[in-house]
Design a protein around this ligand. Structure first.
Ligand code: TYD
Length: 256
């Protein structure tokens, strides 16, 4: 495979791993020899409702790693600076080490989820223009919605960062919407995270169906984590299908 040349520690092939810096809901972050970079490992864990529902999903780590790598490449082409350096193995990405901004940006093209509930709207209604919302990253508080003013007053981001993240999230969303549209999939909404590195902001975290809604055009069938949240179908199979659309064929996820 194209990554067989990777001989650094922590490739996941039984070699000694560097220090585990952080364990998330479906990712682990390891230190690397380079203090400015980390290894992001995608696991097979699926969680929903702030991890009150969890399961192991076959191949999810490989699939989300491959999807994320491909989508970061796409948004990079659209001019968005991001944290991905390169893919190291089927489950591992080498990324710039950043300090994550404690707010998430959600961009919505079509009404769904909490937006539908909050405003009493019908799911599936296309919005006249993309809507940007902010959520405060706090598991203890279940990631509450936060307004611009509160976000700035509480020091979660600087004014220039808010403006930068708004524009970068919209550019990212537009690029991904166009890519998915070419593949017969509607990008309904998505969550983006940014990180600080030496005074600049990079698009960070992951670009996967765990953090976005993707509906098959025509049928409206969800191809994202709602399948797991609502027990609609087999998540592993759904993610495999999405992966095949994006990267062509089931083999690409496994690296076989
Ligand atoms: P949203 O509709 O606000 O929440 P829910 O998924 O509970 O209905 O979510 C909008 C999109 O952003 C959706 O694709 C899921 C994603 N998202 C996350 O991945 N994590 C989060 O913490 C939030 C708030 C949203």
């Amino acid at each position: 495979m194209w990554w067989t040349g990777y001989a650094a520690r922590g490739s996941g092939d039984g070699m000694e791993l560097n220090e585990l810096l952080y364990t998330g809901k479906s990712k682990q972050i390891f230190a690397t020899e380079d203090p400015a970079r980390v290894l992001v490992r995608f696991t097979d864990e699926a969680t929903a409702f702030n991890a009150r529902k969890r399961a192991k999903v076959a191949d999810k780590g490989r699939i989300n790693c491959a999807i994320s790598a491909r989508l970061f490449e796409e948004v990079g082409r659209a001019g968005v600076r991001h944290h991905l350096v390169r893919q190291l193995s089927p489950t591992d990405l080498l990324c710039e080490r950043v300090e994550i901004v404690p707010v998430e940006v959600v961009v919505r093209s079509v009404v769904a989820g909490s937006f539908a509930r909050r405003y009493g709207l019908t799911e599936g209604t296309r919005l006249p223009r993309p809507v940007v919302e902010w959520f405060y990253k706090s598991d203890a508080l279940d990631d509450p919605l936060i307004g611009d003013d509160a976000l700035l007053a509480l020091g979660f981001a600087e004014p220039w960062e808010l403006a930068f993240m708004t524009q970068a999230a919209l550019t990212t969303h537009r690029a991904l919407e166009q890519l998915w549209d070419r593949l017969g999939v509607d990008l309904i909404d998505a969550k983006y995270e940014f990180g600080r590195q030496e005074g600049r902001l990079l698009l960070a975290d992951e670009l996967t169906p765990d953090g976005s809604r993707l509906w098959e055009q025509g049928s409206g069938r969800p191809l994202d984590k709602d399948v797991f949240r609502k027990d609609l179908a087999d998540l592993s199979e759904t993610y495999r299908q999405l992966h095949a659309r994006l990267l062509g064929g089931p083999q690409a996820a496994g690296g076989a």
